[in-house]
Design a protein around this ligand. Structure first.
Ligand code: G
Ligand code: G
Ligand code: MN
Ligand code: NA
Length: 254
């Protein structure tokens, strides 16, 4: 309850910020960034979403918070679209189940695109497997409506949920994101390497690109390239950065 009240106050006082983690092609081309929410708490400093997203989900606060994330990320995307070095970048935005399954979700995304002037064709929404499973018919309909204006979709944390091959091919997904737990297991005793291989094959069969999450070492990078992943993100390339730091990062590489 204390955290809930604190979250409400934080929303009103604009204590949230977005950081952006680069998403890169295995050829080294910067493809875009994933917007990651941070709470800049007056006493506690930067608080991880892992701590407060579950509370926001339980209390319904995720709806206004998710709306804030989408609007802020789209403002940033519109700004990128107007800059020579950033014009081609995509923006990936995490969407929670509660937010997605609201009846007015499609209308809200369209309104934010119109309001911010962000190019729909460079917005990518990251959905999770559990979200998709909740109402497959309704989900497919929403995804097709958004795809019509150019919005893309990635399946986040892939491999950790309960995807069914029987509906995966019905969804207009552009990308599978291999959960970082499998990337971390690549060189260990687990089945990480085999799972990466299977997800790449699945992506090829379903005509989806495959992005590896949480790539931290050169060995992991070499493996995902050899297996045919098209893109990656992770500390090896860059941590999530504040917008100004990302701009410096891009300028330094240009
Ligand atoms: O950035 P970090 O690793 O701390 O994120 C922790 C978790 O919070 C991840 O699962 C990530 O997907 C989730 N997350 C980060 N930003 C957002 C957001 O804007 N909306 C939602 N729904 N989840 C987010
Ligand atoms: O669930 P989602 O994929 O949205 O979560 C992204 C989270 O992963 C973010 O909180 C981000 O900070 C974190 N992250 C990004 N790159 C790495 C990495 O290379 N290693 C680790 N351990 N975490 C990472
Ligand atoms: Mn994500
Ligand atoms: Na993930």
């Amino acid at each position: 309850v204390a955290l809930e009240a604190d979250l409400r106050r934080a929303l009103a006082q604009e204590e949230f910020v977005l950081h952006y983690q680069p998403q890169v092609g295995v050829d080294g081309r910067l493809a875009g960034a994933e917007a990651l929410l941070r709470w800049n708490h007056p006493q506690r400093g930067l608080v991880s979403p892992a701590e407060f997203i579950p509370v926001a989900e339980d209390t319904g606060l995720i709806v206004p918070l998710g709306q804030w994330v989408l609007r802020s990320a789209c403002r940033q995307l519109a700004q990128w679209a107007g800059g020579a070095a950033t014009a081609a970048l995509e923006m990936a935005v995490n969407v929670s189940a509660h937010q997605f399954h609201r009846p007015d979700f499609v209308g809200q995304v369209l309104a934010v695109l119109a309001e911010t002037g962000a190019p729909a064709g460079r917005l990518k929404l990251e959905l999770t497997e559990s979200l998709l499973l909740k109402d497959v018919a309704g989900t497919v309909e929403k995804m097709f409506l958004l795809r019509e204006v150019g919005v893309g979709f990635a399946l986040d944390d892939f491999g950790t949920g309960y995807s069914s091959l029987s509906y995966l091919h019905r969804l207009p997904l552009d990308q599978l994101k291999i959960d970082r737990s499998f990337i971390q297991e690549i060189s260990g005793e687990g089945h990480g390497a085999a799972i990466v291989r299977i997800i790449v094959a699945l992506g090829q069969a379903l005509d989806m690109t495959v992005l590896a999450e949480g790539v931290e070492t050169a060995a992991q990078f070499d493996f995902i390239v050899a297996e045919g992943c098209q893109a990656y993100q992770g500390y090896l390339y860059s941590r999530p950065l504040p917008a100004e730091r990302l701009a410096e990062f891009i300028a330094a590489r240009a």
